[in-house]
Design a protein around this ligand. Structure first.
Ligand SMILES: [Zn+2]
Length: 367
């Protein structure tokens, strides 16, 4: 897997680096052998022209099928993606590709037989009929190479009972894996929390999470990946009875105020009949950042939600910040996203572990 350009030394001059809290005064950042270096001697110089350099963005909820999806992610500055359900041999084939977005994966999620999600392409391996199957399910996922364990709670037509969810969480924690719970209703959030899931994903549309639920998430140190882009798209596209995007937005506001870490994730998928709404890879993360700001996060908190926080909480110690020795996952912008979060779309260049990539056409169409 020899990389084409990651051995070359590059110095990006005159850039204002996002340091996780603010933009530092203009300086030079060196890329050396795929990581951030310190010595610019002998480097090829790229004039940053006063632009802004962000750590590569992290989408904490995607689904992956093809290399084209990785390319779309990278073109929009998303240099790390956390897959939250895919066919194991597919996600394995998409790992560690030079110059591409780097991924982690849950592989096959645990789904209830007879539920809507039982029809996912991940198939029968994910069907869990009771707590006695939990340990086998989790050890199979670890054998598949899963980085964390995903449980689908509250799928239409059939659901796991509480004992099954409890057993899955216990088995996952026993093997040192984080548990990500798909919990798209207030009731499924309650089940996920009762079991001790680490990450809740999809902010419910059916009602605003009540104060006790929010306090419980905060006290437990739980993370939330609300996928507001998908929640907005579901309401726009199929408008289920009782569903209101404002419920999702208000829950995120309450969770954020209570100190619950909110991570940026989109639920980007391939278009399919199974999925209620199209969320494209890459472009959607920029929409998610806007929606997080719309839910009350500052632009700073939104940027942290797509950089330092997912790196910290998913154990990705080599990224999420621009510091010597870290992976050279970088996004060079024309404009300052702390002043206006929409500026994350002003992408001039992207580096995946030091390999330079052309940006996608990230500017929004004329409105
Ligand atoms: Zn998903």
């Amino acid at each position: 897997m020899a990389s084409r350009q990651s051995d070359a030394k590059v110095a990006i001059t005159n850039v204002r680096v996002f340091d996780g809290q603010r933009l530092a005064p203009a300086s030079t950042v060196v890329i050396n052998g795929g990581v951030i270096g310190t010595d610019a001697a002998g480097a090829q110089v790229i004039d940053g022209a006063g632009g802004v350099l962000l750590p590569g963005l992290i989408d904490a909820h995607v689904h992956l099928d093809t290399p084209e999806q990785l390319a779309a992610l990278a073109g929009f500055g998303v240099t790390t993606a956390l897959d939250m359900a895919s066919v194991p041999r597919v996600s394995a084939a998409l790992r560690g590709l030079a110059g591409q977005t780097d991924i982690r994966s849950a592989c096959t999620p645990a789904v209830a037989p007879g539920s809507l999600h039982a029809h996912l392409p991940t198939g029968e391996a994910g069907l869990i009929a009771g707590p006695e199957e939990a340990r086998r399910f989790v050890s199979d996922r670890v054998a598949d190479g899963a980085d964390y364990i995903k449980i689908v709670i509250g799928s239409p037509f059939a659901d796991h009972d509480q004992a099954t969810i409890d057993a899955l969480v216990t088995a996952a924690h026993g093997l040192g894996k984080l548990v990500v719970a798909h919990a798209s209703s207030a009731q499924s959030v309650a089940k996920a929390q009762a079991a001790g899931a680490d990450v809740l994903t999809h902010a419910p549309l059916d009602q605003v999470l009540d104060a006790a639920s929010v306090a419980r998430a905060a006290a437990a140190g739980r993370l939330v990946v609300p996928t507001l882009t998908m929640m907005e798209a579901i309401v726009a596209k199929i408008s289920p009875p009782g569903a209101d995007y404002a419920h999702a937005r208000m829950s995120v506001a309450a969770l954020h105020q209570a100190g619950v870490p909110i991570l940026a994730g989109t639920d980007a998928h391939a278009a399919s009949d199974f999925i209620p709404a199209d969320v494209p890879h890459g472009e959607s993360l920029h929409r998610e950042l806007e929606l997080l700001v719309g839910a009350g996060l500052s632009a700073l908190d939104a940027l942290r939600a797509a950089t330092v926080l997912p790196a910290r909480y998913f154990g990705l110690a080599d990224r999420g910040a621009i510091e010597p020795g870290m992976r050279a996952d970088l996004v060079l912008l024309d404009d300052d996203p702390l002043a206006d979060i929409r500026a994350t779309r002003s992408i001039r260049r992207v580096w995946c572990a030091g390999i330079s990539r052309e940006p996608a056409d990230t500017r929004k169409p004329e409105e």
